[in-house]
Design a binder for this molecule. Structure first.
Ligand SMILES: Nc1ncnc2c1ncn2[C@@H]1O[C@H](COP(=O)(O)OP(=O)(O)OP(=O)(O)O)[C@@H](O)[C@H]1O
Length: 276
């Protein structure tokens, strides 16, 4: 298991008070003090603050490119994110944001350092194992949606689930329709991707990223190609996924409004995290 120690990640997050949950212990009554438990010294009110679980941790990530000289693009980067957190990575062009995201996405394995996702140390896994892990646990949204233009919106959304091979065709169709509904694109489900507007295509791409219910959604400039209205819409979808579904969002962005609305901003400069 991965723990909180040394992560630099904030351990708690403010939540709207929830109705009592039988599995959640009642808050302590000040008139009847609880005996202290040395393993859970939590000085917070459980009605308003909840402990969070770390879902991804990267330690001392170092990456070199050799083109033609050797350049250290990531310099011992430590990075961690909690379940349900909505995080933005910002920084000047060329500082290493996309390179870091690509490593966190498990698609680049040519780096030094450690990567744990959902309690799995992923270093040394084969490409096949990583591909399976990605398809089950991670969803991706890019600046350019990469939809298959001659397929319908529905078929595009179904693709990652068909690849996973975990559900029947009818179930996959149902799941894909649910995700299209979530991004308010269900009425366009049978339209060719090429016939949709840029904002609509991006919402279909988000539905596609969600079809396998990934624990983590990674975005590289998800609003980079959109106008203000569509950017706000995409932001709200991401915000809801974190708030309502407790999915984790990690985005690289130059969109200041998008970053400002996220739970936490990580700022990079010259291959290092300098804030957040
Ligand atoms: N395949 C590659 N080969 C050589 N150098 C690369 C490669 N990919 C990226 N770089 C270099 O690594 C550095 C970091 O690139 P990266 O794409 O991570 O930056 P970024 O912060 O995401 O930039 P932007 O905001 O412009 O997308 C840059 O100097 C870039 O030129």
């Amino acid at each position: 298991m991965i723990g909180f120690e040394g992560s630099g990640v904030r351990g708690f997050r403010l939540q709207t008070p929830e109705p009592p949950n039988p599995r959640t212990p009642e808050p302590p009554n000040p008139r009847t003090p609880e005996p202290s438990n040395p393993r859970t010294p939590e000085p917070f009110n459980p009605r308003t603050l909840q402990p969070l679980t770390m879902i991804l941790q990267a330690k001392k990530i170092t990456k070199y490119f050799h083109d033609p000289e050797t350049v250290e693009v990531l310099k011992q980067v430590d990075f961690a994110v909690n379940e349900g957190e909505f995080l933005s990575i910002i920084g000047k062009s060329g500082c290493g944001k996309s390179t870091l995201l690509y490593i966190l996405s498990t698609m680049d394995t040519d780096y030094a350092g450690e990567l744990d996702i959902k309690g799995n140390r992923l270093n040394g896994w084969s490409q096949n194992q990583l591909a399976r892990f990605r398809n089950e646990n991670l969803g991706f949204v890019f600046q350019f949606h990469f939809l298959l233009p001659e397929f319908t919106a529905l078929r595009n959304v179904m693709m990652p689930a068909l690849k996973l091979g975990k559900y029947s065709y009818a179930e996959i169709e149902q799941r894909a329709m649910d995700k299209l509904r979530m991004v308010e694109m269900e009425t366009f489900s049978h339209k060719m991707a090429s016939k949709l507007s840029g904002g609509q295509q991006q919402r279909v791409a988000i539905a596609r990223a969600l079809v396998n219910d990934p624990a983590i959604i990674m975005g590289d400039e998800p609003t980079g190609n959109l106008d203000k209205v569509n950017s706000q819409r995409v932001f709200e979808i991401f915000q809801n996924l974190a708030k309502e579904n407790h999915q984790t969002i990690i985005t690289v962005t130059h969109d200041q409004d998008f970053a400002a609305g996220s739970d936490r901003i990580i700022e990079m400069s010259d291959g290092q995290i300098i804030a957040g």
